[in-house]
Design a protein around this ligand. Structure first.
Ligand code: KGT
Length: 278
């Protein structure tokens, strides 16, 4: 199965972002990708006010475009994450949407771990405007007539290995991680964490990142990556708005899990912390 990660420099200009996404998703499909993944907040990225203004429901312009485009191109499209406005709720969600080749929404995952962090001289308080999701999500797609289990994470989730372990135990073979990782943490943590999650859970990681400056001057680090279950980097994006693609060999995944059965060798019975220590 050929997959692609789309790297973007999204801004608060939704029309501009949709036009770039449209061009890059079409290029990825023309390059043979059957699964294409957009980055975090690809449709609108900006100040908290701009994010609030750019929020939309799942039948708004961004996901409507994603459904029509996935159907037209006959691809599975993980429409990164968008800032989702939910009827009857004050705060928004950071929501990743899997659309199938028939243009139907297959799964939605709302980011569980929100980014309330000081890094690179800036303060991020994602929870001011957004509400965390309360459940982990695996979706499914079909490649060469075989079902493929798709685990869904978003950006800062990458720092919580338990999320990926649980997705792997539920059967995830390919994990998508749309991101807007900061420049500082892309430099020092991004590749290490992605390769670790791939190695320890023996799954493919498809991780498109934002690149460059977005309002009000936040910097994202690019280096969108596709990693295999042995931890090898199959593709890295250069510093540009572009797509990168790689062929995922699912037979290799099965072989790695059979020969180095660390998932099967877990000892959950020994992991219960002694009650006396709590
Ligand atoms: O940067 C922006 O403008 C927008 N960023 C985002 O939307 C999100 C939430 S603020 N970024 C992350 O989760 C970064 C995680 C991260 O960078 C890490 O864990 O190191």
């Amino acid at each position: 199965m050929r997959v692609a990660a789309i790297q973007m420099n999204s801004t608060d200009d939704r029309d501009r972002n949709l036009a770039v996404a449209d061009r890059l998703v079409r290029a990825a499909a023309a390059d043979g990708a059957a699964l294409v993944v957009l980055p975090e907040k690809w449709s609108v990225l900006g100040t908290p006010e701009q994010l609030a203004d750019g929020a939309e429901p799942l039948d708004g312009p961004a996901i409507s475009w994603a459904c029509a485009t996935a159907r037209e191109l006959g691809i599975d499209l993980v429409a990164g994450s968008i800032v989702e406005r939910v009827e009857g709720r004050e705060k928004r969600s950071n929501t990743s949407v899997h659309v199938g080749p028939d243009g139907e929404i297959r799964a939605t995952y709302r980011k569980v771990h929100l980014f309330d962090v000081e890094v690179g001289g800036r303060v991020y308080r994602e929870s001011d405007g957004e509400e965390p999701g309360e459940q982990l999500v695996c979706s499914e797609l079909t490649a060469g007539g075989e079902p493929v289990s798709l685990g869904m994470g978003i950006c800062y989730d990458l720092r919580f290995p338990e999320l990926f372990r649980i997705l792997a135990l539920r059967g995830a073979q390919v994990v998508t991680l749309p991101s807007a990782f900061t420049l500082a943490t892309t430099r020092d943590h991004w590749e290490v964490l992605l390769r670790a999650r791939a190695i320890e859970n023996q799954c493919f990681m498809v991780a498109p990142n934002q690149i460059g400056v977005s309002p009000p001057g936040n910097r994202s680090g690019g280096r969108s990556l596709i990693v295999d279950p042995w931890g090898l980097v199959l593709a890295t994006a250069p510093d540009a708005e572009t797509h990168v693609a790689a062929e995922l060999d699912l037979a290799r995944l099965a072989e790695i899990r059979a020969r180095l059965p660390s998932l099967a060798n877990r000892r959950p019975g020994a992991y219960a912390w002694p009650k006396a220590a709590l």
